[in-house]
Design a protein around this ligand. Structure first.
Ligand code: NDP
Length: 318
């Protein structure tokens, strides 16, 4: 990165535009830190790929994920946040309280007094060759994005968490039949989501079931071969859509070798704080939270990060 060619100095650079990033921006803007948010490739983050959000406080009737994110963005902008479409491609953080640098889209370099990392997490894949082969041709990690293409058809979804449960019920409204492939003999999802699934007549839950292969005709998905991991029995399900909903991995490749992270890549923050191991660099939301991973907890840590950035700057100016 060419630090001689700094295009702009930013007081508070926020990387990522999910609930953590935008909440950090609201607080930072109100504290006059003039935050700049770089949105990343998916402006609004994971919630833009979900349907109803029923558990974000303040919305008694629920709200659609994309609407919630648009509202958060407008709220951040109302206080002067600059929201820019851009992807941070490199970082160079100062270990001793100096300036931090970030390269945007492989060319522009900016410097920053404080950085709030809110890059979130990304959907995980099973890792099968056939999954990659048919990705976009029947295989998807986002039912809300792609479910429409399978209207009236039979589909399968793998996973037993809240995401899989939510997406299965979404697909059940569009599709003829939904097979839900759960690898254990129980769900990980909350009781409420579990009940929603088992009360949906066109969802068939297959427990102790793992995916062996996604089958296709060379062009599109035509089925899936599954194996019962208790009996070892295999069978083929005739489906045209295969949805993967098995969790997420934190988006931290950019910070490898720079910031402390745990063995699965989640950033490590100090207890009761969003501070990373580098002074002036904070982390908020799913990128540092493998326990709660909720929009509201992400927003909460976004607020903490902005307050901590403000205090960090105040201490430096003293
Ligand atoms: P989770 O990690 O909660 O669940 C992942 C699911 O996928 C588990 O059932 C897991 O099985 C299964 N799984 C993981 N790897 C594999 C594999 N290789 N093959 C087969 N199955 C696999 O992830 P989610 O994305 O569901 O949820 C993440 C967080 O977001 C949670 O805290 C959840 O509560 C929250 N959320 C809330 C929503 C809401 O309230 N509206 C909606 C969506 C998510 P196992 O249990 O055996 O590990």
């Amino acid at each position: 990165m060419n630090k001689e060619q700094v295009a702009e100095h930013i007081k508070c650079l926020i990387i990522g535009s999910g609930p953590a990033g935008y909440t950090a921006a609201i607080y930072a803007a109100r504290a006059d830190l003039k935050p700049v948010v770089y949105t990343g490739i998916v402006p609004g983050g994971q919630l833009t790929q979900t349907t109803e959000v029923d558990n974000f406080p303040g919305y008694p009737n629920g709200i659609k994920g994309p609407e919630l994110m648009e509202d958060l963005k407008l709220q951040a902008e109302r206080f002067g946040t600059q929201v820019r479409f851009g992807y941070v491609t490199k970082v160079d953080f100062s270990k001793d309280g100096g300036l931090h640098y970030a390269e945007i889209d492989g060319n522009t370099v900016v410097s920053a007094d404080t950085v709030i990392i809110a890059t979130g997490a990304t959907a995980k894949w099973l890792g099968l060759e056939s999954e990659q082969k048919y990705n976009g041709f029947g295989v998807s990690a986002c039912a809300v994005c792609d479910g429409f293409f399978f209207k009236g058809q039979d589909v399968a979804i793998v996973g037993g968490g809240d995401t899989a449960a939510e997406e299965a019920t979404y697909l059940a409204k569009l599709c003829n039949k939904v097979y839900m492939l759960v690898r254990r003999d129980e769900f990980r999802a909350s009781k409420a989501m579990y009940h929603r699934v088992i009360n949906t007549p066109n969802i068939e839950v297959l427990y102790n079931t793992e995916t062996e292969e996604i089958l296709g005709d060379g062009q599109v998905v035509t089925g899936v071969r599954v194996r019962n991991n208790k009996t070892n029995e295999t069978k083929e399900l005739a489906v045209t859509g295969f949805f993967v909903a098995i969790g997420h991995k934190p988006n931290t490749e950019l910070f490898q070798g720079i910031l402390d992270m745990d063995e699965t890549g989640y950033l490590i923050t100090k207890p009761d704080s969003t501070a990373t191991n580098i002074p002036g660099v904070f982390a908020a939301g799913d990128v540092q939270d493998h326990v709660y991973r909720q929009a509201i907890t992400a927003a909460g840590t976004g607020c903490m990060a902005a307050l901590e950035a403000e205090r960090y700057l105040a201490t430096k100016e003293d």
